[in-house]
Design a protein around this ligand. Structure first.
Ligand SMILES: [Zn+2]
Ligand SMILES: [Zn+2]
Length: 281
């Protein structure tokens, strides 16, 4: 698939860096109700954020942070300084894995499933649908709503490391230290992913060190992530650093996955996403 042109990006995305709508040249009824908090679908989806969902997010955050502190302590205690370059390798591999996982989960939730699925749909698909029709809603979400689900994803990996630190002998811990380091750093990068994503939608008031990290493309840059927010939202799914977006686009990774799934199951990609985008009341 060819890269999107500047013109396509402008015509099909929400001008969130342009609150006065100066570049919103697609005027008329359709464009005025197309994106944003006034969209009927966005209002309905926002109203489905329940107290139960918030409790789940708080619980996952507390458990994950507790496990992070516990594992970090044990990694420090067992650290051997001659090992530093393995840790650097584990960090780099962790960033790449987190970026790929962010793409895979984001693509899966954007492309398949439905808000109508029992429990799972409202809890985990709903935020993805809301984000497409009201992209700046993420900038109004607090720390818990922004990060709760990403911390939840890390729980299994963090618990498995903690279990090893408790049950392994010192020799076994040394023998598996690099792997534990990799899993721990992967969990850290996964947990900060949606915060990086939120910053990529924040066009005003960011601390300078964040915009420097974005400009150096160490974390997800704003103009880079904007390519995903071009209707029909079918590319650039990686949102930790976005490093893998270009190579995955080049090898047609997402369309190939979609073709395989559509052939096997008969489901059309993004049909639920389209349904919400078209909701007018
Ligand atoms: Zn998306
Ligand atoms: Zn986004």
């Amino acid at each position: 698939m060819a890269q999107k042109t500047e013109e396509e990006i402008l015509r099909n995305s929400m001008p969130e860096d342009d609150p006065n709508g100066n570049s919103n040249f697609v005027r008329g009824e359709e464009s005025s109700a197309r994106w944003g908090p006034q969209h009927a679908g966005a209002k309905e989806l926002a109203s489905q954020y329940t107290a139960g969902k918030r409790f789940q997010e708080i619980l996952c955050l507390v458990l994950a942070i507790g496990l992070m502190v516990f594992n970090f302590y044990h990694l420090c205690v067992n650290f051997q300084s001659e090992n530093w370059y393995y840790i650097l390798g584990a960090a780099l591999l962790g960033i790449l894995t987190a970026d790929f996982m962010s793409g895979l989960v984001h693509w899966g939730a954007d492309t398949w499933g439905s808000v109508d699925l029992p429990i799972f749909g409202k809890a985990f698909i709903r935020p993805f649908r809301e984000h497409h029709i009201d992209p700046t809603s993420i900038t109004r979400h607090d720390f818990i709503e922004t990060n709760g689900d990403n911390f939840a994803v890390t729980l299994f990996g963090l618990a498995s490391i903690a279990y090893r630190f408790v049950t392994y002998t010192p020799e076994e811990i040394q023998a598996t230290y690099n792997w534990q380091c990799y899993v721990f750093l992967l969990a850290i990068f996964v947990s900060v992913t949606n915060q990086c994503h939120k910053w990529s939608h924040t066009y005003f008031g960011l601390p300078v060190y964040i915009t420097v990290l974005q400009d150096l493309h160490i974390i997800l840059p704003r103009q880079h992530h904007r390519i995903h927010h071009v209707s029909p939202h079918d590319t650039y799914y990686c949102i930790t650093t976005g490093w893998l977006n270009y190579p995955l686009e080049k090898i047609n990774f997402w369309p190939i996955c979609e073709n395989i799934i559509e052939t096997v199951t008969g489901y059309k990609p993004r049909s639920d996403d389209m349904k919400w985008a078209k909701k007018t009341q």
